[in-house]
Ligand binder design. Sequence first.
Ligand code: FES
Length: 224
Amino acid sequence: MNITRRGFLQGAIGLAGAGMTTALAVPALKTLLPPPVTRCNDDDAHETLTYKSESGKWYENMGGSVAKKEDFNLWDVAIVDWAPKDLEQELGACEIQLALAKVPAEPSMNGLGVSVDDGNAYLMAYHTYKCPHLCCKPVFSAEGTSTISGNDYENMFLCPCHLSLFDPLSVIKNVDEQGREVMAAELLEGPAPYGLPVVPIEEKDGGLVGLMTQIEWLKYCGQG
Ligand code: FES
């Protein structure tokens, strides 16, 4: 194509004008953007597992205080808040909630939970914040009848959305959808792709704390 000098100049002037218009529009556009994401407050971070305030539960008057192994009888389950400092960087959340349970001891719990009652029971934390299926919140159910199999069950985590059933006593090695090995409460039935991940815990200064060592196990459903 044969571009004349006059045509070139007209084009250049037009481009310069468009650039100025864009430059003027940028500050105006910025006012339309959502405000920056709120960063988690480091002062609010805690590795301790603290009781969630929930009326009608056995721990309802303990909201905000650090969970201790002495608080639990066998098969007591409590929802606790966990907000370690690096959680936002790893999962994009300031805090998550876990189910903390005292369960009869099984060898596979060694190194994941806190051994109590002369080794006959463990305090264990399960990631009930998000079901590995479509991210609902499984709840502890002391007893019930499965609407999928018709079988009666005791002491399970049940996901209310599509009824996946997880056994907290059977902590087994699973493989998640990214091919990672995950220790989880075994999936007994329902559409979840694998079990409900465990969050390793330990005792520190008389209270229970969650460990970040296996945070990769929680990276699904938009987390991480
Ligand atoms: S979200 Fe839990 S079974 Fe579907």
